[in-house]
Design a protein around this ligand. Structure first.
Ligand SMILES: NC(=O)c1ccc[n+]([C@@H]2O[C@H](COP(=O)([O-])OP(=O)(O)OC[C@H]3O[C@@H](n4cnc5c(N)ncnc54)[C@H](O)[C@@H]3O)[C@@H](O)[C@H]2O)c1
Length: 415
């Protein structure tokens, strides 16, 4: 089969945890040629483990064999690596967010068009099993017409967490602007909202950097006890109006204790979504039972019900009335593949897009729109005014349902 040759820049945490394994062994369409990192030992480790070339970024950019640069650097290097790759005529897949600022993101989008290259951005978790199945259930009308969406994710991002890089030179990126909580975890929620509902039209927000001065509290850290400044918003609360009329709230904070909820309400039910930072989650619907359908209740009179076949009957059993009225919560079936950790699926989809001459599902217009949503919240926080979005994107093409085994699921991307 045709494969696409890729070069990977950035061999840090996420490359080691999942990406390289998936790119080399999970997705057949991807052919990893080489890897590079500012920290030589990280690139060497990956090269040795996976039998690929350790390269410099310069060698990779000038290698005519390499078609796609996979940018797994931290957000502060995204612009530098992606723009250099585009100027060398390479297609780019970049981890989230595509750039720390909306201005840089717009410039990357412009460069992609100017250089005629495909540019795709993470997160790609919205191509996962629960995310695609939730979209199918929504599109099939399980909650009727969607009315509101609510996303909330809060969690401490503290330097004592095991995530914190003990090498002081390589400061934990989620505490930087562009890598902060709204960008890092928020990106997953915004992408899944766009996947489900499409573009956002207007945004207003409150919040900002509520906790700028922090202390190194990990006793093992060389700077234990010292303070440092966090230069990124830490708590944002937004109201969103989608193009399709759905209204939403988005609450994201690294100042409070852990909480998470993600719900779409509709005219006929409520869809409880999973964790968009994960490929596997339970999804549930809460709605009234389907039969019998309650037609009318007149206080003091026996209720009239209509059974599924249209038969009308007077029901004197108040217990049955209770059952007919009660909303039930049901766990919904998952119809789609990629339920295990499948980071890199967006890159695999891009490779098929290149081979089949179609639009990639992680097209940069979603990433650009998502970064504008965060920019919009921040602007609204500053100005006290509602922000009118300037970018838009269509919902990405849905992936077809599949009962194929894990190794056969790739066929659903080859469309
Ligand atoms: N860590 C996670 O759980 C996670 C999950 C999903 C996505 N991501 C995303 O993946 C990206 C990387 O995250 P990470 O956790 O692996 O970060 P990291 O800091 O562990 O790794 C980034 C690597 O990029 C290298 N790098 C930075 N600039 C470079 C440059 N100019 N040239 C060559 N190498 C360079 C660094 O040396 C480092 O090894 C981020 O965009 C992040 O949002 C991370």
């Amino acid at each position: 089969m045709k494969q696409i040759k890729v070069g990977v820049v950035g061999c840090g945490g996420i490359c080691k945890a999942t990406y390289m394994e998936n790119m080399v062994n999970k997705f057949k369409v991807i052919d990893v040629v080489g890897c590079a990192d500012l920290i030589d030992s990280r690139a060497q480790f990956m090269a040795d483990k996976y039998g690929i070339k350790k390269m410099t970024v310069d060698e990779m950019m000038n290698d005519p064999e390499i078609e796609v640069i996979v940018n797994l650097t931290y957000p502060e290097s995204h612009f530098e690596i992606s723009s250099t790759a585009m100027k060398h005529g390479k297609h780019v897949y970049c981890e989230k967010m595509m750039a720390p600022t909306f201005e840089e993101a717009k410039e990357l989008a412009r460069l992609a068009e100017e250089n005629g290259v495909m540019f795709t951005t993470a997160p790609d978790t919205f191509l996962g099993s629960w995310e695609q199945s939730a979209r199918k259930h929504l599109d099939d009308g399980i909650i009727g017409k969607p009315v509101t969406i609510h996303a909330q994710v809060t969690s401490h991002y503290e330097p004592e967490t095991p995530f914190f890089d003990l090498e002081p030179k390589y400061f934990f990126f989620p505490l930087h602007y562009g890598g902060g909580f709204p960008f890092d975890l928020g990106g997953y929620y915004i992408h899944q909202m766009i996947n489900m509902l499409g573009s956002v039209k207007r945004v207003s927000g409150f919040g900002g950097n509520l906790n700028p001065v922090r202390k190194y509290t990990n006793p093992k850290h060389p700077k234990y006890g010292e303070t440092f400044e966090v230069n990124t918003p830490t708590t944002l609360l937004a109201a969103l109006e989608f193009e399709n009329g759905v209204l939403g709230t988005f609450h994201i904070s690294s100042d409070s204790f852990s909480s998470r909820s993600f719900v779409i309400t509709g005219t006929d039910g409520t869809l409880t979504l999973g964790d968009p930072n994960s490929f596997s989650s339970e999804i549930k619907v809460t709605r009234r039972g389907v039969a019998p359908t309650l037609e009318k209740i007149v206080p003091g009179q026996a209720p009239t019900t209509v059974s599924a076949n249209g038969e009308v009957k007077v029901d004197n059993d108040i217990q049955k009335l209770g059952e007919a009225c009660a909303a039930q919560t049901v766990t919904l079936p998952i119809y789609h593949g990629y339920s295990s950790s499948s980071r890199g699926i967006g890159l695999a989809d891009m490779c098929y897009a290149l081979i089949n001459g179609r639009r990639p599902r992680c097209h940069y217009d979603i990433g650009l729109h998502a970064i504008e949503v965060i920019h919009a919240i921040e602007e609204s926080c500053k100005t006290g005014k509602t922000y009118e979005m300037t970018t838009r994107c269509d919902r990405p093409a849905a992936i077809r349902p599949s009962a194929l085994t894990e190794s056969g699921q790739e066929a659903t991307l080859d469309d």
